[in-house]
Design a protein around this ligand. Sequence first.
Ligand SMILES: [Ca+2]
Length: 416
Amino acid sequence: MRRSTLALTTLALATAVVGCRREGSNPPPPPSTVADEDAGGTDAGGDDSGSPSPSTAKCELVRDGFGPAGEVAVRAEKVATGLEVPWGLAFLPNGDVLFTERPGRIRLLHEGELVEEPVATVPVTKTRGEGGLLGITLAPDFEQSRAFYVYYTHQKPEGGEVNRVERWKLSEDSRSASAEKVILDDIPAARNHDGGRMHFGPDGMLYVGTGDAAKPDLSQDLDSLAGKILRITPEGDVPDDNPWPGKRAFIAGIRNTQGFAFRDDGALIVTDHGPSGELLGRRGHDEVSVARPGSNLGWPTIYACETQDELVTPVLTWVTAAPPGGAALYQGDAIPEWKDSLLVGVLGGRHLHRVVFDGDEVAHHEVYFRGDPPGGLGRIRDVKVGPDGNVWLTTSNCDGRGTCPADKDWIVKITK
Ligand SMILES: [Ca+2]
């Protein structure tokens, strides 16, 4: 195992000029069992836990750069190198790590060492872009079933590309795996905006983050799987208690999420990518939002700190394009100062972002490991809290958009 320590770096400043436009129409909000229509003022603040009403939390707009430099002394250790766009990490019960590489390999870290031979290869699209083998998550009953789920872009035999969620089974020795069942297919795909993050929720349901497949209106179409966080059973069916009955959509109005995390009170913290020039030149404004079942995060109707009835305005957004990779709420013990923070891998902005909440509002946020290697970590893709309480990251410096170091992409462990 190679180790190195990377110094914290200060943030760079940049600004961008943006315009604001509104267009399009929105789907109806989900049926509510609580009659609470007294919207009242917008600065009521306070605790809205249990309420289905849109949050009134303030929107923190970061105009220059990304935020102040992080103040907690943490260091980064390379755990594995020589990788090609490691996109998603999953911790096995024995402490080993199963992970995806976007070109289509499922790989294993065994006792901290990279196993050279891939566990399996997945037949992903040959199109270069944001698609490929993306998210991975273990089944809740993994210890009995050895089942895990992957999300990947594939070429349909009749032509065209779609994203798919598929269940696989890992061999007892973890050195091979086989595809078992397609759980959900025909998620719209495109060269960019393919989503791909998956997590099982505390309710045992599978949550799947998708992108708008470069068709923004799909994000507001509840019959489309694009531009959503979907909630499905482990078999891919629609749960009886989804917010829009009969639909897999759980949260709508997303452009391209690669990171979301469950908060104890049932809220989902969602990161989303802001626009890159589409829809009358809108740019930047990647965002962090506090969502609840049936929330509509507003893409493409609103962006930045804009507000509109029944749409959720983000609590944090950066004028400068970030965009965010994976996200995790830190509940470990190894870095006590980070307890309950949201940690977000930032791709274009090349850093790890930490967000401290006060209720639904952002109390403080800061920047770690900013910049390209060797000064920083470069483009950060996945963020997971390991069973050791340390924070595990993957880099995407070799995805064609970064500065690819001689030892390629890494899995990195953040410790005190
Ligand atoms: Ca939004």
